[in-house]
Design a protein around this ligand. Structure first.
Ligand code: PEP
Length: 250
């Protein structure tokens, strides 16, 4: 199983800015480390620009931050998985905390996206994670189980393990500079693994689980070495080629 080192650029960068950073990233990373994949997830308008840079480096993949789970139609402002594949995307996110808590997406809708994206040939990254008040109330496992069960409820049993990724992102650690401690990460990832095995049997051991939440060059090597951490999903520290290339090589 390859560790997935992913950069989520959120709503940052014009196409020109994105191309510049992607070109520099490909140059700085050089050869993607053995056993790792690099994934860049830019805004939609920068997909083609970043795809152009990624062509020069093997082991680099392109992803989408979002889509609407229908083939086409009167869905103003939305984009389909087929359009994203046409723009060279092989991965997409679903359930990112900003879409859950800023855009108000619920588990049922997120589950629809995961199932439909897979059906349309995208590898899906389902993001899950608890709010600070849920952690304080001792509800981490309950929240994670519920988000996983609902988010993955439409996934057929014969989907290959490498097509499904879960990103554990405690909401209180996203964009805050506050990283979950090693014990918290190990505990949460072991719990996610156990739910994946409940849902998919043996295949659950092969599904990658990323950690996300204020990952940076200074903490990445410690985090990536923890049990059941099969990659990282990085926001802020992925916006500059220099820092994300250090994370890729950590
Ligand atoms: C994210 O956007 O998924 C994320 C983890 O952001 P940051 O690395 O900035 O906390």
């Amino acid at each position: 199983m390859k560790q997935l080192m992913a950069a989520n650029w959120k709503m940052y960068k014009t196409a020109g800015e994105a191309r510049e950073v992607a070109d520099e990233l490909v140059k700085l990373v050089g050869e993607v480390p053995e056993g790792r994949e690099v994934l860049v997830i830019p805004p939609f308008t920068a997909l083609y620009a970043v795809a152009g840079a990624m062509n020069h480096g093997t082991g680099f993949h392109l992803g989408a931050q979002n889509f609407y789970p229908e083939a086409e139609g009167a869905f103003t402002g939305e984009i389909s998985p087929a359009m994203l594949r046409d723009a060279c995307c092989s991965y997409a996110l679903a359930g990112h905390s900003e879409r859950r808590h800023v855009m108000g997406e619920d588990d049922a809708f997120i589950g629809r996206k995961v199932a439909y994206g897979l059906e349309q040939g995208l590898r899906m990254i389902l993001c899950v994670g608890e709010l600070l008040e849920e952690r304080k109330a001792g509800r981490v496992e309950e929240v994670l189980r519920s988000q996983l069960e609902k988010g993955l409820s439409g996934v057929p049993q014969d989907v290959p393990a490498e097509d499904i990724v879960v990103a554990y992102e405690p909401v209180w650690a996203i964009g805050t500079g506050e990283v979950a401690g090693p014990d918290e990460i190990v505990h949460a990832h072991a719990f996610v693994r156990s739910v994946l095995v409940d849902l998919f049997g043996e295949k659950g051991h092969e599904i990658r689980i990323q950690y996300g939440g204020s990952v940076k060059p200074a903490n990445c090597s410690e985090i990536i070495a923890l049990d059941n951490v099969d990659g990282v999903l990085v926001g802020g520290a992925s916006l500059q080629a220099e820092s994300f290339s250090q994370i890729v090589k950590a």
